[in-house]
Design a protein around this ligand. Structure first.
Ligand SMILES: Nc1nc2c(c(=O)[nH]1)N[C@H]1C(S)=C(S)[C@@H](COP(=O)(O)O)O[C@H]1N2
Ligand SMILES: [Mo]
Length: 446
């Protein structure tokens, strides 16, 4: 993919122009994933055709004449707030690293469009990687295997069955903002979850080809992004899964997202997608999977990262480190994606459609109920089957509101083992796994 194609496909918007003014390094990383220059002046000096085209959103016929260090006049008057060029309506939590979530009503599609998929980066995008063309990218499988493999993406496609699956990725910290006492980390509200269509080969098939030894215990995922410090000795994140989970045919080594090469922000050109487990197990910019004879100890595997106490604790409890366990499957959860919270649902006794999605880690959903009377009574909704394991499930129903005024709609999903979403948060020190029920506010007119 050339820089030019990328710029054209991504239709950089006014928001991006603003970002270029405010923070060219962050903007450059978002588009090209390469190290930008030390300041805006330097950035513009070094800007080539691709950068100018991206910034302006169109061709620049006389770009060769553009004086170094000058800021395009089209950008001079921009005053908008920080915005991600390739995203549609996301809330930006952080720009270094980039973290952005999606308001619930923008997650209404069964298959989440790329522009609405949340972004969670622990470090900085790979630089060389994105300029490197995908054909040269390789994935190495080594460690406790009979035959270590190093394969290009073309070889992966040739040797293994290519499948497309709708897969739900949710960040382990989704919902953290509601914790009290609060927990440090990204203050995700509801929208660090998405269900895009991913195309790739099954991790299990590749591991079988390498021949996993009896000594295999855990995977270790390595990628090309940078630690925030840019210290090459440090990794932004390197997590893994138990070998039994790695053999789950639902996990993909993916090279396409929604029918296109995976965008830079989401792991171009290769990533893991491990549905139902914390998003951190879905390593982006994937270069290597080492099979280990013990639990992985990479960045964000140890300490309290992606771990919860082994037993329920009261809010605010100081739990000793050794009592924490690694989060595996994510718990049952649902979202109301229509109507949008804070809107007028319609008039008294009018039929109002309420709908959303539900998902449950390695399980499926058995029922979703909604309440419009603050939980006094519950209505069972119509639930669709998942198109494939690992996808969220659509639920919907129609309700009538008996009189004008303020209402809340509450949704509550129950999984295939009979576990339902809790009413209140199951508190833990790092703010993970908040699957308490989703509530929206609606007004009904006379
Ligand atoms: N290499 C790499 N992979 C990564 C991350 C990262 O920072 N670097 N973040 C992880 C986390 S915590 C989550 S929740 C998901 C988010 O995927 P997305 O940005 O495509 O939504 O990517 C995971 N994979
Ligand atoms: Mo995450």
């Amino acid at each position: 993919m050339s820089d030019q194609t990328e710029a054209k496909d991504r239709k950089p918007s006014e928001g991006l122009r603003t970002l270029y003014k405010r923070d060219p390094i962050a903007a450059d990383q978002q588009i090209f994933g390469r190290r930008a220059h030390e300041d805006r002046r330097g950035f513009l000096k070094g800007a080539g055709l691709a950068t100018m085209t991206a910034v302006l959103g169109m061709a620049v016929p006389f770009h060769r004449n553009f004086p170094a260090g000058l800021i395009p006049a089209a950008l001079a008057e921009e005053t908008e707030a920080f915005f991600l060029a390739t995203k549609d309506g996301l809330t930006i939590l952080n720009d270094r690293p980039v973290n952005a979530e999606t308001p619930a009503h923008l997650l209404d599609d069964d298959v989440t469009p790329t522009a609405r998929h949340f972004v969670r980066n622990n470090g900085l995008l790979p630089d060389e990687a994105l300029r490197m063309s995908a054909p040269n990218w390789t994935l190495t499988i080594d460690g406790e295997v009979d035959t270590p493999l190093t394969l290009t993406i073309a070889e992966l496609k040739e040797r293994f069955e290519v499948v497309t699956l709708n897969l739900c990725i949710e960040c382990g910290g989704n919902g953290r903002a509601a914790f009290n006492p609060g927990a440090s980390g990204n203050q995700w509200t509801l929208g660090a979850v998405a269900n895009s269509a991913w195309t790739g080969v099954r991790l299990a098939d590749v591991l079988k080809a390498a021949g996993v030894k009896d000594t295999a215990v855990y995977t270790a995922h390595y990628s090309a992004d940078h630690h925030l410090s840019r210290n090459p000795e440090k990794q932004a994140i390197s997590r893994g899964v138990p070998i039994a989970k790695a053999m789950d045919p639902g996990i993909l080594i993916a090279f396409e997202m929604n029918g296109e090469p995976i965008p830079a922000l989401h792991g171009f050109p290769l990533r893991l997608v491990t549905p139902g487990w914390p998003g951190s197990t879905s390593q982006k910019w994937l270069e290597r999977i080492e099979i280990r004879d013990q639990v992985h100890d990479g960045a964000k595997m140890t300490g309290k990262s992606y771990r919860v106490p082994a037993y329920p604790v009261a809010p605010g409890t100081d739990v000793p480190k050794e009592d924490f366990v690694i989060i595996e499957a994510m718990p049952v959860k649902s979202l109301i994606t229509h109507p949008a919270t804070g809107t007028t649902a319609g008039a008294t006794n009018q039929d109002v459609e309420i709908r959303g999605h539900a998902w449950a880690g390695d399980r499926t959903i058995s029922t979703v109920h909604v309440s419009i009377d603050f939980g006094a009574t519950w209505i069972e909704t119509t639930l669709s089957d998942a198109p494939n394991p690992g996808s969220w499930q659509r639920w919907q129903t129609r309700v009538k509101f008996p009189q004008e005024g303020y209402y809340e709609v509450w949704a509550r999903a129950t999984d295939s083992k009979g576990v339902a979403q809790p009413f209140a948060i199951d508190w833990n020190p790092k703010g993970y796994l908040n699957n308490s029920l989703h509530r929206i506010a609606l007004t009904v007119s006379a």
